[in-house]
Design a protein around this ligand. Structure first.
Ligand code: HEM
Length: 399
């Protein structure tokens, strides 16, 4: 028998404290989220890892929508159907088919070829900044870097990036149903037009053209699937990396000894990526899953037809898996963290995210070794989302 825990309104402002309490009480909890949705939250590492790989926890969008509706006081949040037909919303065999068609483009080797261009974009952004400037690091650096990279990969003009930011922001954080629908329609309309243009053009060797014209054993993506795929890549490709960079800088500025270590030994930066992902990863909880049947997790039976939220942030601070979990230690081996998920939906973009982070932090610390927070850490506000763990702004003084 479990009791229903109501999460406080300001839960996202300090999720780690609450996760610690929940972890100490048990591996799986029936909770009501601040906005009213009732879910089963998995908070310990072993159960989280098992849940992510459990085929009885499904993602199929249509069914998931009905389950959300049944457990939310506000009904269903409808993201435009034209954007929903993507692999993160699917179970096998549909998932396997879509993933296969795109997977080749994202191998570590293919992604490594992007390094010179990522370095160039990062250097251009840094060149616009001066010593003594007080800036929102998210705005001037952490956001434009990944969105420029993903827009270039998709062949989307960079002039549209502010619009995308606005639309994705509305789609991922809590807003009115009208706002969510309007943003979804605008995004779907834009991407449909873009896909149409690429379909009509002669194939070339750019990433998105290759995807549009790709065939795998005679199979290819339909227009609807391309629109949803572009949407997934666009959202997953920048909403996450921006906050990995932001959260890592936030952690470093609060841990001067660790910052010094990375300044003295920048060669530690690539491996330290895993520790930043572990301690302050950009995804709070994996996307929703639902139970297709009764599922026992860590001694708790979650009945069929329930929503399950696997807390990546909590699992990554489970002391049974990572000693002194709240301590940033850039030299620790944080392998096995769940920040990129686990199982069949394991992040497709992990190699790209790691590359962007490595380039960004290396260049930032080399150019501004004495950067510091420009406001008290306690005044910083986290975004109101159960999915995204990132700050609204990260004010820093460059030096
Ligand atoms: C630090 C940056 C990133 C983090 C922490 C992250 C995290 C995640 C997580 C946790 C999942 C699985 C969600 C679940 O199982 O519910 C996921 C899936 C995915 N990510 Fe990422 N991601 C990042 C960057 C990227 C980038 C740069 C791209 C692409 C350009 C990308 C593309 C995807 C895609 C396509 C999926 C769905 C895979 C599937 O369903 O098989 N991600 N990501």
């Amino acid at each position: 028998m479990t009791t229903l825990t109501q999460l406080p309104e300001d839960y996202v402002q300090n999720p780690h404290a609450l996760h610690e309490v929940l972890r100490s009480e048990g591996p799986v909890h029936e909770v009501r989220l601040p906005h009213g949705l009732k879910v089963w939250m998995v908070t310990r590492y072993d159960e989280a890892r098992a849940a992510l790989a459990d085929p009885r926890l499904a993602k199929d969008a249509a069914e998931l929508g009905r389950v959300v509706e049944a457990h939310s006081p506000h009904g269903r949040r409808v993201i435009d159907d034209a954007l929903s037909e993507h692999m993160l919303n699917m179970d096998p065999p549909g998932h396997s088919r879509l993933r296969k068609l795109v997977t080749k483009a994202f191998t570590a080797r293919r992604v490594e070829q992007l390094r010179p261009r990522v370095e160039e974009i990062s250097a251009e952004l840094i060149a616009k900044l001066d010593d003594g400037d007080v800036v929102d690091l998210l705005e001037v650096f952490a956001f434009p870097l990944p969105i420029t990279v993903i827009c270039e990969l998709l062949g989307i003009p960079i002039d549209n990036r502010e619009e995308f930011r606005d639309w994705t922001n509305r789609l991922l954080t809590f807003g009115t149903t009208e706002e969510v629908q309007a943003a979804g329609q605008a995004m779907a309309g834009f991407l449909l037009q873009h896909v149409g243009k690429v379909q009509a053009a002669e194939p070339d060797d750019t990433f998105f053209s290759a995807l549009v014209h790709a065939t795998e054993s005679g199979d290819r993506l339909t227009t609807e699937e391309l629109v949803s795929m572009a949407f997934l890549l666009l959202v997953a490709g920048h909403e996450t990396t921006v906050n990995l960079i932001g959260n890592a800088v936030y952690q470093l500025l609060r841990n001067p000894d660790q910052l010094q270590l990375l300044k003295d030994k920048p060669e530690l930066i690539p491996a330290s990526t895993e520790e930043f992902l572990r301690i302050e990863g950009p995804i709070n909880h994996a996307t929703f899953r639902f139970t297709k049947e009764d599922v026992e997790l860590g001694g708790v039976t979650v009945p069929a037809g329930e929503l399950v939220l696997v807390s990546l942030a909590s699992a990554n601070r489970d002391r049974d898996r990572f000693p002194d979990p709240a301590e940033l230690d850039v030299t620790r081996s944080a392998q096995g963290h769940l920040a990129f998920g686990h199982g069949i939906h394991f992040c497709l973009g992990a190699p790209l995210a790691r590359l962007e982070f490595d380039v960004a932090l290396t260049q930032l610390l080399a150019r501004f070794p004495n950067l510091e927070l420009a406001e008290e850490p306690e005044t910083l506000v986290w975004r109101d989302s159960t999915l995204i763990h990132g700050l609204h702004t990260l004010p820093v003084r460059l030096a």
